[in-house]
Write a protein that binds this ligand. Structure first.
Ligand code: NAI
Ligand code: MG
Length: 354
């Protein structure tokens, strides 16, 4: 088995945590007997912008080719390039052009990571947030009438398509079916948003009928956010529209501690286009260049990428190594009250792999 990976470190600590992600990936490949064919790219970062006046070359798709996956660090350097320019010129291009219609984030309490919710132990919180990533509330349909007058009218429409809603729901039900509890929770607001959200609910019922072994329920988004904080142990797979999923996919990881460990996937499940895996955190200009960034978010992203590529055993082994190292106070980075450097933490995880 051989996998081609487009490696894009990006900006700031992206450049520091990426080598650790690759170190662990290569170690896993040697243990589990597959090859990683890596191609590093220096675009989709603000240095590239400084040299070329754009975030990526016009032929970036040719440059990237047809990799099996994209492994991404972080993008953004607000001192030199405004965030909307750096983000729209890079990550959002990938999401859109590669039809990465699922955004997937685990919410799992890990050892060594202080939980902001009282009385929770590792093992108590373990679920996935599945966000619709291409349509919904984030449409560009709308406009402003009578601008800058007191008759100003501003409209932005929510767009839900049968194909768009059904495909993300199927992904979420499939994921729930593979898990022990086989339970799906849908985020809605059909009591207030009286056209699109009842439609979403109706599609949940329709797709749910294809999965008789998966139970499902729904919560309005307002009470659902409260339940994330009060009863996070209740959830298994949570699915939401673009806006609701955006909120939940930040709230979930925040409920389980530091931003430095959380990973995410932007996924095109059919594999027609490459999927992209990256840590949740950004380029962290405040700590960049010091070698103290936590590499776990990047390394956990590597595990998600391997799972996606069908290397489930290697992915599980990486997660066991991550948990083992996080449980060792001296191997943790500064954000987790340790003193280990980025590369010492990455090396410890690679060693724990075997
Ligand atoms: P950030 O995630 O870069 O940093 C937030 C805070 O968390 C900082 O105090 C940082 O030091 C800390 N932190 C983040 N990752 C860490 C790690 N691995 N280890 C230890 N501490 C860590 O978010 P911020 O400051 O709002 O954004 C900085 C830049 O990153 C901006 O340009 C923003 O647009 C970009 N960004 C990019 C993302 C991406 O590439 N997907 C996601 C979020 C932000
Ligand atoms: Mg967000």
């Amino acid at each position: 088995r051989s996998y081609s990976i487009a490696v894009i470190p990006g900006d700031g600590i992206g450049k520091e945590v990426m080598p650790e992600g690759m170190r662990v990936l290569e170690k896993a490949a040697s243990i589990f007997g597959f090859e990683i064919e890596q191609k590093w790219h220096d675009f989709a970062c603000c240095d590239y912008y400084a040299r070329h006046g754009k975030m990526m070359p016009d032929n970036w798709k040719e440059e990237i080719g047809r990799p099996d996956a994209i492994f991404f660090g972080a993008v953004g350097w607000p001192d030199t390039v405004p965030d909307h320019v750096s983000l729209w010129g890079s990550l959002l291009q990938f999401r859109r052009e590669y039809d990465q219609y699922v955004n997937l984030r685990p919410v799992r309490l890990m050892p060594g990571v202080p939980c902001p919710l009282a009385g929770r132990e590792p093992g108590d919180i373990d679920f996935w947030v599945v966000r619709e990533n291409t349509e919904g509330e984030y449409s560009s349909v709308g406009g402003i009438m009578f601008p800058n007058t007191d008759r100003e009218v501003v409209i932005q429409e929510t767009v839900m398509t049968r194909i768009g809603v059904d495909r993300v729901l199927r992904y979420a039900f499939d994921l729930a079916q593979k898990r022990e509890r086989k339970h799906l929770t849908s985020a809605t607001k059909s009591n207030g948003i009286a056209i699109t959200m009842p439609y979403w609910d109706q599609r949940v019922e329709a797709i749910g009928a294809e999965y008789p072994d998966v139970s499902h329920d729904k919560y309005h988004i307002d009470i659902l956010t409260a339940q994330f904080v009060l009863n996070p142990d209740r959830f298994d797979v949570v699915v939401g529209s673009n806006l609701f999923g955006d909120i939940l996919s930040d709230l979930g990881p925040a409920c389980t501690g530091t931003i430095g460990v959380a990973p995410s996937g932007n996924i095109n499940p059919e594999g027609i286009h490459p999927s992209l895996f990256e840590p949740v955190h950004g380029s962290a200009p405040d700590i960049a260049g010091q070698g103290i960034a936590n590499p776990v978010g990047q390394i956990w992203s590597a595990a998600m990428m391997l799972e996606h590529l069908g290397e489930a055993e290697a992915a599980a082994a990486i997660m066991r190594a991550v948990e083992q190292v996080l449980a060792t106070p001296s191997a943790r980075t500064r954000d987790l009250k340790g003193a280990a450097s980025t590369d010492a933490c990455g090396k410890a995880i690679a060693e724990a792999l075997g």
